[in-house]
Ligand binder design. Structure first.
Ligand code: DQA
Length: 152
């Protein structure tokens, strides 16, 4: 089975975008590291990044369909700023249950501006990883795999 790594808006700029907040690791590095982590745990990995809310929604729907066939076991999702705005992404994740979706944020959103403290995604997430830098993607994959093993 395969895991899906989803990254939302502006995460294509990782490495050059506010390196003091998000670090110097690029999205290509994150995706390569995630693939290595998934493979170490016996899974494949597909990665997708988009700056477009609708494209992310479509990808979640597709993952829901492919979960039913046993092809996609779970999702690690950094929704970027859509975290704080998107009822539509909350509805998409709610609509593909029981597909497990782990929400991840590179930065500690709770230590930043007040508008980053609320997440529309969290109530639909199977787990949340916040504030571990890009290492959080590794932690999220490890946690997702434990959840998959626990739920069968
Ligand atoms: C982020 C946090 C969000 O508030 C921000 O809009 C991002 C990245 C993070 O990974 O820390 O784009 O999701």
């Amino acid at each position: 089975p395969t895991l899906l790594l989803l990254n939302g808006p502006n995460l294509n700029l990782l490495g050059t975008r506010e390196p003091g907040v998000y670090g110097a690791t690029t999205l290509a590095d994150v995706e390569a590291q995630a693939l290595a982590t998934a493979q170490r745990l016996g899974f494949g990995l597909e990665a997708f990044q988009s700056n477009h809310e609708g494209a992310l929604i479509d990808k979640i729907h597709e993952a829901g369909r492919r979960h039913k066939t046993g092809e996609i076991a779970g999702v690690v999702f950094n929704p970027g700023a859509f975290t704080h705005t998107s009822v539509a992404l909350f509805d998409a994740i709610s609509g593909v249950k029981p597909l497990p979706v782990i929400e991840i944020h590179i930065s500690n959103v709770h230590a930043r501006e007040a508008f980053r403290h609320h997440s529309y995604i969290s109530p639909a997430a199977a787990g949340i990883v916040v504030g571990f830098g890009t290492d959080g993607y590794t932690l999220a994959i490890e946690g997702l795999v434990r959840k998959i093993a626990a739920t069968g």
